[in-house]
Design a protein around this ligand. Structure first.
Ligand SMILES: [Zn+2]
Ligand SMILES: [Zn+2]
Length: 401
């Protein structure tokens, strides 16, 4: 029996345990950088396997390395990443394992990811003497927009043994159960922030000729920015500029001296992202100059695009095909959401896959980040086997690198 099929069998034998872990995390959700209980449960499990565990990496991250008892010094290292954080959402599900913490909920499935990571650790450790290298298991805090991956990288998660490749999954409630999305190239977008302050001249609402109205100028900028995506960017290149917040003024009869805009911009390419920022600045400054206002634009890079390597996707696809069959491997148009797995993929190229978690025979599941989100737990063993096998195959077969 191949190691992949051994992992598949053992992952299914672990099903009840995976569900118990997942439901425990679901009952006790913790927000980004506050995953103290979650990290403690993970670290205790890893230590119970006999692994050496590092905690507090990027505040609440947990890291352990699984390796054979004897390895050559030049043995390869592969990173597998699991995110652990919940969201500030009040759960509306009436489930026996519903959140016990008011206003906090695992509404993205990271409870499942954490349980999957514990299963991957257990299976790989059981077969560590069949590994041809090291597997660095990374339990990451704060994926939901708070920079958990960057925090772990800043605190040395990629230090020796330095991984040459990285892999991960997101369970996906809108994809049929155990269908796998595995594709080379872009999967998710880079997401960055642009803030703009427009400075005009305030005054009486009845004497506009003595003012420079920041509301009017900022409104022109919001509309002019919409032409960047439609008129400046190649129409075959997906991009988004969303002005998510617009604040100005205090009362109806006072002309505002200042307006503040806050925007999310999305793209799949750093050169395109830079083009968006360059045009946003030029348009804002040009509009301000025309009306006698001034402005200050601040660009804050946040999340890189999630891009899978050819080799990483081919390897994961091969393993996935052995697990679920070619008919259950799919591709999707890249999504404009952001995901900080990109931080690992940019430094250690590999693949991020989606694992279908919707019951095809069940009711339509709620989308991710909704107060009624839930997923089909029968995806858990598939994800465990996929990640354990991908890591082991990467180490064993130099042609996959
Ligand atoms: Zn999410
Ligand atoms: Zn997520």
């Amino acid at each position: 029996m191949s190691l992949t099929h051994t992992f598949q069998t053992e992952a299914h034998q672990l099903f009840d345990q995976l569900v118990a872990w997942r439901r425990d995390f679901h009952r006790h959700p913790e927000l980004g950088f506050q995953e103290i209980r979650t990290a403690t449960v993970v670290a205790e499990h890893l230590r119970s396997l006999g692994l050496e565990v590092t905690t507090g990496v990027g505040k609440t991250g947990v890291v352990a390395v699984v390796e054979a008892d004897t390895l050559p010094p030049d043995a390869p290292t592969v990173l597998v990443r699991f995110d652990m954080d919940a969201l500030p959402i009040q759960e509306e599900n009436e489930l026996p394992y519903r959140s016990q913490t008011p206003g906090v909920m695992h509404a993205c499935g990271h409870d499942g990811h954490t349980a999957i990571g514990m299963g991957v650790a257990q299976l790989l450790n059981q077969h560590r003497n069949q590994l041809a290298g090291r597997v660095k298991l990374v339990f990451q805090p704060a994926e939901e927009g708070l920079g958990g991956a960057q925090a772990m990288i800043a605190e040395g998660v990629l230090a020796p043994p330095t991984p040459q490749a990285s892999f991960g999954i997101h369970l996906w409630s809108r994809l049929p159960l155990n269908t796998l999305v595995i594709q080379p190239g872009p999967l998710m977008a880079g997401a960055d922030r642009v803030d703009l302050v427009v400075n005009g001249v305030g005054g009486h609402g009845a004497m506009p000729h003595e003012t420079v109205d920041a509301v009017v100028v900022a409104s022109q900028i919001v509309l002019a920015w919409q032409t960047i995506v439609s008129r400046n960017i190649d129409p075959t290149t997906p991009t988004v500029i969303t002005v998510g917040s617009f604040h100005a003024g205090t009362i109806c009869n006072v002309i505002a001296a200042r307006a503040e805009l806050s925007c999310s911009i999305r793209s799949f390419d750093i050169a395109v992202r830079d083009q968006l920022v360059h045009r946003m600045r030029a348009v804002a400054e040009g509009v301000c100059a025309a009306y006698g206002a001034t402005c200050e634009l601040i660009f804050s890079p946040a999340v890189l695009p999630t891009i899978n390597s050819e080799a990483g996707a081919a390897l994961m696809r091969k393993v996935g095909t052995q697990l679920v069959g070619a008919s259950q491997i799919a591709t999707i148009p890249p999504a404009m959401v952001g995901e900080d797995m990109s931080e690992f993929l940019m430094r250690a190229p590999g693949c991020y896959a989606l694992v279908g978690a919707s019951d095809p025979a069940g009711p339509l599941h709620s989308p991710h980040h909704s107060p009624t989100f839930d997923f089909d737990e029968r995806m858990l063993p598939t994800a465990v086997a996929l990640l354990a096998s991908t890591a082991a195959t990467y180490l064993a077969d130099p042609t996959t690198r």
